[in-house]
Design a protein around this ligand. Sequence first.
Ligand code: ZN
Length: 675
Amino acid sequence: MKKTLIAATAIVALSTTSSIMAQNQNFNYEVDRFADIEVLRYQVPGFDELSLKQKTLVYYLTEAALMGRDIFTDQNCKYNLQVRQTLEAIYTNYKGDKTTSDYKNFVVYLKQVWFGNGIHHHYSMDKFKPEFSQAFFDAQVSALPAQKLPLAKGQSKQSFIKVMDRVIFDPTFMAKRVNLADGQDLITTSANNLYEGVTQKEVEDYYKAIKDTTAKEPISYGLNTKVVKENGKVVEKPYKIGGLYSAAITKIVDNLKKAAQYAENDAQRAYINKLIEFYTTGSLKTFDQYSIMWAQETKSDVDFINGFIENYGDPLSMTGAWEGMVQFRNKAASKRTGLISANAQYFEDASPIDPRFKKKNVQGVSAKVITAAILAGDSYPSTPIGINLPNSNWIRANYGSKSVTIENITDAYDESSKGSGTVEEFAYSPVEVNLMKKYLTLADKLHTDMHECLGHASGQLLPGVDVGQLKNYRSTLEEGRADLFALYHMADPKLIELGIFTDSDTYKAEYYNYILNGLMLQLRRIEPGKDIEEAHMRNRMFISKWCYEHGKNDNVIEMVKRDGKTYIKVNDYVKLRNLFGQLLAEVQRIKSEGDYEAGRALVETYGVKVDPALHQEVLARYAKLNLAPYKGFVNPVYTAVRDKAGNITDVKISYDEGYTQQMLRYSRDYSPLTK
Ligand code: ZN
């Protein structure tokens, strides 16, 4: 998978652990709630510390990102822009009763269309079911003057309404944005706008004829084109200046040209210019050249994605969905991971594992952490928490790739969950609630850092051992080993000495959260009657359960019943740390010796089976919290301050825009394809 996404059923599931509570700050993360969606806001810490030149660069790149919004919406379905314009015209001109269920449901539908960038759900790809009546819709459209509606040339209002009725209200028409059902014509049954008037066979034959299968450095065929039939012939229509989406791409390029003037170095300026060349020519060879230059430029703080990137929206996985993001290096986080990596040998030497399995020369890895400044196209409002690009395999193999985690987005998920009531529902007492409130955000970040930067890099195999020997338990055991490494070492006073923690209780928040999640919270993502299958979930479960069982004599972890509910109580954090250490030593031994039988026994005994009664209880308690299954974001607003000559003297950032406000503003100011 190229991108790390918050999974559909995951409510607060993050990269390695799941935070249910975070530090209290005076920032309002919750923006809107409708249907199955919660809209959040994210902070952009560090923006004010950027230089004026960097801020100006970010500003023009965000403008370039926002200008692509209509492209993605149109790629998703050819009626999407018309539907959006029509719904917005009704919304902004509505003078009727706003308390009727028709009106309220109409507003929910409009918000869904904004969130899905069209008439289909962003995740399930199913067409939205409007809960307002067709009569209400028809009456509203009829009452609008024709110039407020996106009528085609010469189209009557009557025929326009007929088309819209079918698009919005007929559940069988354009039912699925991307159809992957085996045995069907995936092109004709998918509602996306990446192909028109062609069958799957015609498309496949077309590419078979033009593809050079012997090329060592193949272009990404079809990445920036729509395939149609012209005069009975299958042809590709490229997205470029003078081609499809020309009006939007021209605006993107205008802003990229301005951005190039503020590039941080020549290499960055060169790749921005290469991207402009790609948008101008549509040449996929040029796009590959751009991708190589982009992957190799790692010195600048500010970076961005702008183009046709991921191909999940195409059932044949060829055409890239338009996507934009602007980001900059998170210096605080990079300092943290740099410190940890610089002390990699200290932690390796201090590990409670057999000396034969220790690395004599361990190299920590510095995690690349970024701050997102804007989300656009395929990344907006639903957004990934990590990115790994470019996608081209030969470029990745020969020139490397950029892999980053987006900390401010992860933080926003974390922080927003504090209002969910989850911690109050599941924590044993106010002591645990406070512990998590105070320390979990930092403790959780450190757990992730140590897992990624040190955990996976630590330890060595005995001569002749191959990790493949662990077969289907390999990734569960490896993720468990990295988790245990992080858990054990985060209680080391060394972290205080390094200045990463200031309070010696910090690690306890992660310990409590880890056990609570492993034994109970994560069960919410499992269907009743099912076992645990996913590697990370198995590893959290086997660690938590093993520690629970092996600490029983000393009463380290207790499961307490109160008012018919189960609570986790950790009685002795020091002993819990020792248990983590013992299990780390055993999992390291299993890996170093390739002991398949012991690995299998550990995972199968502690990490697979779910207690049905406890599972049922967790699901019921979660259901009462009524949390939204999907989340997404509004962007901050960037305002350029200019002097009399028009030069930018500062860029201000603000966080006060609502979801509806933002969507309407984008439709007004960043909609080159609807003008
Ligand atoms: Zn891992």
